[in-house]
Design a protein around this ligand. Structure first.
Ligand code: ATP
Length: 419
């Protein structure tokens, strides 16, 4: 029997579907050796945002040590700075890739080199180490052109430039902002899909697929964001196309992880696009990500904790079974997001809705008096028998909210339902 703790934006989503009996920790921000040391020796301590919650959890046990079966890492920054390596050294089981493998998300250039080496299809690309060489490199690409910061940027480090002036300005800004490398990429065209793969060494199993909506405005207008809404399942995705994604993307990726001795144990997210030349990788992430996971996990029939348990213990991974429910979620943001989100927007208390779940993100205060803490505030998630109903119900709930300083997209799910 596991101890139970749910922390953080994504891990809370897990409770929507099933009562998980697992010890889940979401580490907020960076951690220091000093901060995690007590966790390693005593079995229950965290850092950053989650510290207080974990303390509370331990306190409920009267200060006695909890037996920690394994730790599930939420955010990518903890993985990128090597939390898994530390836990492994201390003989603690942990679900999340090691620091070397986490570079697949931490550096776009690293991920692209991995894809080149192991024949994983992606966009034509080139990495540059200075603004001058990057601007010089523009002549090798057409417009629209995708320009990416090499390092982590929370979904906002990508610009799609329509012309040379914008491209040059973007490149200069990225380097001036501290980037040491910038990637230019051919702009792919096609529907975008999100695939979460549970990986344990040479084994993998795939969670239900979802579609995110990256651009801030209706009709996919405006800048990229961390994600404005999502839904699952994907009625428009043909079975044979899903199979191509497995054969042409997942299998060579797995081959690379095994051949490259990555000892990957964790979630591998593959953002991909179905182009007219087949599926291509847009990016890898090394952990769960919103806003898709909120609509993915409730569709998993298996006990997710058992799946993770099998992964950390290198036992046979079960096939993921999907249930028949349809889930659709819409993210509510403060006006001006992502460039200039209005500060201190009052939200108050959100009403109860049938089969409606609220996943809180950047909010503070308490549930009766919520105040925004910048950008994406919360996500309204609806479960229904079909997507049309889920979409109708989500927008009916949202239309009753009186939040003049907030906004959301009005077309989440349209690509499945109306295109
Ligand atoms: P995330 O927060 O999702 O990790 P990120 O900053 O790592 O985002 P990417 O996922 O690489 O950035 O790109 C963000 C979005 O930009 C993609 O979801 C896609 O919509 C668009 N995009 C990225 N690369 C391309 C490309 N080569 N062609 C077309 N669109 C692209």
């Amino acid at each position: 029997q596991y101890d139970t703790i749910y922390l953080g934006y994504q891990t809370r989503a897990m409770t929507l579907s099933q009562p998980m009996k697992a010890f889940l920790l979401e580490y907020g921000g960076e951690f220091s050796n000093k901060e995690i040391a007590p966790f390693l020796s005593e079995g229950g301590y965290g850092s950053g945002d989650s510290t207080e919650l974990i303390r509370e959890f331990i306190a409920r046990d009267g200060g006695k040590n909890k037996k920690v079966d394994w730790t599930f890492v939420g955010p990518e920054n903890a993985l990128c700075v090597g939390i898994t390596d530390k836990f492994n050294e201390a003989g603690q089981k942990i679900f999340g890739p090691n620091q070397r493998a986490a570079q697949l998300e931490g550096s776009k250039d690293y991920a692209l080199r991995f894809m080149n080496k192991y024949d994983v299809p992606t966009a034509r690309h080139e990495t540059y180490a200075s603004a001058e060489t990057c601007i010089e490199g523009l002549k090798n690409f057409d417009y629209p052109l995708v320009i990416k910061e090499d390092g982590l940027a929370g979904g906002k480090g990508v610009t799609i430039a329509q012309n040379q002036d914008v491209a040059e300005e973007t490149i200069r800004e990225m380097f001036a902002g501290g980037q040491t490398a910038v990637v230019l990429e051919e702009c792919l065209v096609g529907p975008e899909y999100s695939m979460f793969v549970v990986v344990s060494e040479d084994q993998f199993t795939i969670l239900p697929m979802a579609q995110d909506h990256k651009r801030v405005g209706d009709g996919d207008k405006g800048p990229n964001t961390g994600g404005m809404g999502s839904y699952s399942p994907l009625p428009q995705l043909k079975k044979e196309d899903r199979q191509r994604m497995i054969d042409e993307i997942v299998k060579p990726t797995m081959n690379g992880l095994v051949q490259g001795n990555y000892h990957y144990c964790g979630i591998l997210y593959i953002g991909l696009m179905m182009t007219e030349n087949g599926p291509k990788v847009i990016e890898y992430n090394v952990c769960l990500g919103d806003p898709e996971i909120q609509v993915v996990l409730p569709r998993v029939k298996n006990d997710f904790a058992q799946v993770i348990d099998a992964a950390v213990n290198h036992e046979k991974l079960p096939e993921i079974e999907e249930n028949d429910s349809s889930i659709l979620g819409v993210v509510v943001c403060s006006k001006g997001y992502p460039t200039h989100p209005a500060p201190n927007v009052k939200i108050g208390k959100l009403p109860h809705g049938t089969n409606t779940y609220i996943d809180y993100a950047n909010v503070k205060g308490n549930l009766n008096n919520l105040i925004d803490d910048g950008g994406r505030l919360f996500m309204v998630i609806l479960e229904a028998d079909n997507l049309v109903q889920a979409q109708d119900n989500v927008y009916s709930y949202l239309s009753k909210l009186d939040l003049p300083d907030c906004f959301y997209r009005h077309d989440i799910g349209n690509r499945a339902l109306r295109d």
